[in-house]
Design a protein around this ligand. Structure first.
Ligand code: SIN
Ligand code: MN
Length: 277
């Protein structure tokens, strides 16, 4: 199919598409979104964060909300937002096929208390736990707050996705503070299950540097499932909430159907998304 037939629009320029493929990420300004679309998501955030359940992960302090998974399933405004023609058009241009949502989450990175995310690639989890055969997935991180150098911005090693999967060590023990939790929680905490070799990180960061894209609320950060990324704890008095939606192509569904992760972590529904009106 043609790159744009899901929505009929091609919001990204050739230069933006090339930059994404070269560096592994692309930052778009808030004007990329239709006016008022961010506000519909922001209105739903307090309710998303308040809803207790297995899909809500706390920090090690057992009080602060770290992440809430699956908001596109539970909140109609996030569902509509995730199907905005501009977003679907952009991810379709980047992935070259029709898409569905493999996973969504709000990462809170709370003021004073939001913990780190260690260096990792997302794809190792999606291959190992969900059986997704190709890394042709893109994350769309929507800034729900202004992201600055102080509140724990996502930090990338540009071009690191060209190295494929940097097979990390797979820890078989549960992270400290989460010992009694379900196994799948091991991939969602401040201690990564798949640890990246530090010599490899030093080499890649030495060659390519590190970049932490920053911008006002409403900015959109697209990043490849194999680009190395991390974020520091938030010691600032300001939160850094992100809505992160991982889009996958319909031709690349999970193959682990015998022992699938819960729906809120790895969608079992892989039909192509229809653009919201
Ligand atoms: C992620 O790695 O998916 C998110 C990290 C962050 O929220 O800083
Ligand atoms: Mn990640």
């Amino acid at each position: 199919m043609s790159e744009s037939s899901a929505t009929g629009i091609r919001p990204l320029s050739r230069e933006q598409i090339d930059a994404y493929h070269q560096k592994g990420f692309l930052l778009l300004p808030p004007a990329f979104l239709p006016p008022a679309s961010l506000a519909t998501v922001l209105d739903a955030v307090p309710e998303i964060l308040a809803q207790e359940g297995e899909h809500r992960i706390l920090e090690r302090d057992e009080t602060t909300v770290r992440s809430v998974y699956g908001p596109h399933r539970s909140h109609p405004s996030v569902d509509s937002f995730s199907r905005l023609p501009a977003l679907l058009g952009a991810v379709t241009q980047l992935l070259g096929d029709r898409v569905y949502i493999h996973q969504s989450k709000v990462n809170v990175k709370a003021a004073f208390a939001g913990d780190r995310w260690e260096w990792h690639q997302d794809y190792v989890n999606w291959l190992d736990l969900d059986g997704i055969r190709s890394p042709n997935l893109v994350n769309v991180a929507v800034f729900l707050d202004e992201v600055t150098e102080f509140n724990g911005p996502l930090t990338f090693i540009p071009r690191s996705h060209h190295n494929g999967l940097l097979a990390g060590t797979d820890s078989t023990t549960m992270p400290v503070g989460y010992e009694g939790d379900a196994r799948w929680v091991a991939t969602l905490t401040a201690t990564e299950k798949f640890q990246i070799d530090r010599a490899e990180l030093r080499r890649l960061a030495g060659e390519n540097g590190m970049v932490a894209p920053k911008g006002p609320a409403g900015s959109i950060l697209l990043f490849h499932s194999n680009v190395l990324h991390a974020s520091m704890p938030n010691l600032s008095p300001f939160p850094r909430k992100l809505l992160i939606i991982a889009y996958n192509t319909v031709s690349n569904p999970p193959t682990n159907t015998a022992n699938p992760r819960p729906e809120f972590l790895a969608s079992h529904e892989t039909s192509p998304l229809e653009p919201a009106r």
